[in-house]
Design a protein around this ligand. Structure first.
Ligand code: SF4
Ligand code: SF4
Length: 319
């Protein structure tokens, strides 16, 4: 049987997803038996020109991690879409926008000013920002444009499957790779994970009635290791997050922050969490409710940490 041809690419992301693909351990030998990697810039010295020369749809599957932040990200996403039979948004950045997508609360100018001027370790008296053209002795170089708005992969090209996680857990990665190797693929559009229900469903902590009088940040309390973290006032996002990771964070005594994205059928993960929280605040007094809510640090960043570009909000409106 002919081997599969697989491409992997890293757009706007931290690089963790590329490392996560290697976390499949010895199963990599099974992958090597079944597939050849034909493009993987972080691992092997391929050039974009190599991909341009490939016939359309000659790659069986592309695992694309990272959001679409620059014109280069967009160009390569479109190129790999044309060359690949199956396009997989691998990891939270390509699926939902994730941490790079938080800059949708600002615009390009605000992001540049913060990164290239305001950060404490930056010394940039000439206020030089990234340019799209630069003169060098050999001529003029054209560099990628940094977009105002971060997009998901599916907002840029047609996507066949989504693999959640920041980064995806080893068993989630293998679920996707095994489906490719065996040809037993789920329906187009599937979010490939072991669970469609919430992280709470996989969480072994004792669950009782949730009534919250005060929210805490993780460093403020030492939570009971047996009882639901949300019931102890920690903002555990497991209630509004797709399972599949095995409730990793709550099992390490840390609240889930929502990296596996929304549960099946939910469009806006942040709004889902907000609505779940509003039903467990233990007060009828508007002043007290306000005081309880005021304890939530960075509400927009907390509720939309992984999903702002993919949410109904998509971005903040900047005047
Ligand atoms: S600790 Fe978090 S994941 Fe576990 S049951 Fe409570 S809310 Fe759900
Ligand atoms: S518990 Fe939540 S934040 Fe932690 S790995 Fe699972 S989905 Fe991601």
């Amino acid at each position: 049987m002919a081997k599969l041809k697989i491409a992997l690419y890293w757009a706007a992301s931290c690089g963790g997803c590329d490392i996560a693909t290697l976390a499949i351990g010895e199963k990599i030998l099974k992958l090597a038996e079944a597939a050849d990697i034909v493009f993987w810039p972080i691992g092997l010295d391929f050039k974009y020109a190599d991909v341009e020369k490939m016939p359309d749809k000659s790659i069986d599957a592309c695992l694309f991690n990272g959001a679409i932040r620059t014109s280069e990200n967009e160009h390569v996403a479109k190129l790999l879409r044309a060359k690949s039979k199956i396009m997989i948004a691998y990891g939270s950045c390509s699926y939902e926008g994730c941490i790079p997508g938080l800059s949708n609360f600002y615009n390009r100018q605000m992001t540049f000013e913060h990164v290239y001027i305001e950060t404490p370790t930056t010394d940039n008296p000439g206020k030089i920002f990234p340019q799209t053209k630069v003169k060098v002795p050999e001529g003029e170089l054209e560099l990628p444009e940094f977009y105002d708005t971060v997009k998901t992969l599916a907002q840029t090209v047609d996507v066949d499957y989504f693999v959640p996680g920041c980064p995806p857990e080893e068993k989630t990665t293998w679920l996707a790779l095994e489906a490719l190797i065996t040809g037993k693929l789920p329906p187009k559009g599937t979010v490939i994970s072991h669970a469609v229900k919430a992280v709470c469903d996989e969480c072994p902590r004792k669950k009782g009635e949730k009534k919250i009088k005060k929210f805490y940040r993780p460093y403020e309390i030492v939570p009971d290791p047996e009882i639901c973290l949300l019931e102890q006032g920690l903002l555990c996002y497991g209630i509004a997050t797709r399972g599949g990771c095995g409730a990793l964070c709550p099992q390490a005594n840390m609240p889930c922050t929502g990296c596996y994205g929304p549960v099946e059928g939910v469009i806006d993960q942040g709004a889902h969490f907000l609505s779940a929280l509003s039903s467990i605040i233990d007060s009828n007094d508007p002043e007290e409710i306000q005081k309880i809510i005021d304890d939530i640090p960075d509400p927009a960043g907390t509720f939309y940490r992984y999903s702002l570009p993919d949410s109904l909000l998509r971005r903040a409106r900047i005047k």
